[in-house]
Design a protein around this ligand. Structure first.
Ligand SMILES: Nc1ncnc2c1ncn2[C@@H]1O[C@H](COP(=O)(O)OP(=O)(O)OP(=O)(O)O)[C@@H](O)[C@H]1O
Ligand SMILES: [Mg+2]
Length: 226
């Protein structure tokens, strides 16, 4: 059974008085624990699709179903709650706060999350997340002393600290060299395989595709292969 379904998603942007259709009817299903790679030329609509799927951006028409609930019929508060409880996000850059240690980055995330997560204590949550990404030894380090790959692993720990069901990742390895990219990809694959997290990941890097169970290609706002 699919965990997440996009049906006939359309998105248009206004440019002055003209409208441009960026997504032209996207259908996509994500199965629990599956790692799906979203590929396609620059400007084909990958990031737009990812952010709409993640509830970070409105759609023009179509429907999004998550765990049997119709997200597209929810108000902003309902979508925010789904996002906070069940979704995690990773982007091309780690976006860490320069003057906080690794552990404090995660504490900040817990401080700012309004949703009540499960009973697990803050300290245990932080330790589990940092151990999952193999950064526990660096818990007292500041971002400036970390490599790009290590920073990205902290960003992934921050994205999974609430044990989300779906991880949305937009080019998570694009700012890394090939060795670090492989480390980060192996980690993302582990999240899917061991923690059963469903992953939708945009990538331009063909070397990363071998980690995906499924490759979906976009062209001019449509899916051409899935
Ligand atoms: N907020 C916006 N307003 C207007 N046009 C937008 C907006 N966001 C995206 N677009 C347009 O939508 C198209 C698709 O953009 P998108 O960022 O989804 O592409 P992409 O496939 O992620 O490209 P890349 O591989 O370069 O990241 C582009 O033509 C872009 O200019
Ligand atoms: Mg993009």
């Amino acid at each position: 059974m699919s965990l997440f379904q996009l049906e006939d998603i359309k998105k248009e942007f206004k440019h002055g008085s003209t409208k441009e259709q960026i997504l032209k009817g996207i259908n996509l299903e994500l199965k629990r624990g599956e790692l799906t790679a979203l590929v396609g030329a620059s400007g084909s609509g990958k990031s737009t699709l990812l952010t709409i799927a993640a509830g970070l951006q409105d759609l023009s028409s179509g429907s999004i179903t998550f765990g049997g609930q119709n997200m597209s019929a929810m108000n902003a508060e309902g979508i925010r709650e789904i996002r906070a409880k069940y979704f995690g996000f990773v982007f091309q850059h780690a976006h860490l706060v320069p003057f906080l240690t690794v552990r404090e980055q995660l504490e900040l995330m817990l401080d700012t999350a309004e949703t009540k997560w499960s009973k697990k204590s803050r300290a245990a949550r932080i330790e589990d997340a940092l151990k999952t990404v193999d950064m526990w030894n660096h818990k007292d380090s500041y971002p400036e002393s970390l490599s790009g790959g290590e920073k990205q692993r902290v960003a992934i720990a921050r994205a999974i600290i609430h044990e989300p069901e779906i991880l949305f990742a937009d080019e998570p390895t694009a700012s890394l060299d090939s060795k670090r990219s492989i480390e980060v990809m192996e980690l993302i694959e582990k999240l899917a395989r061991e923690l059963n997290i469903t992953v939708l990941m945009v990538t331009h890097d063909n070397d990363m595709l071998e980690y995906a169970e499924r490759i979906v290609e976009m062209k001019d706002g449509k899916i051409i292969e899935s």
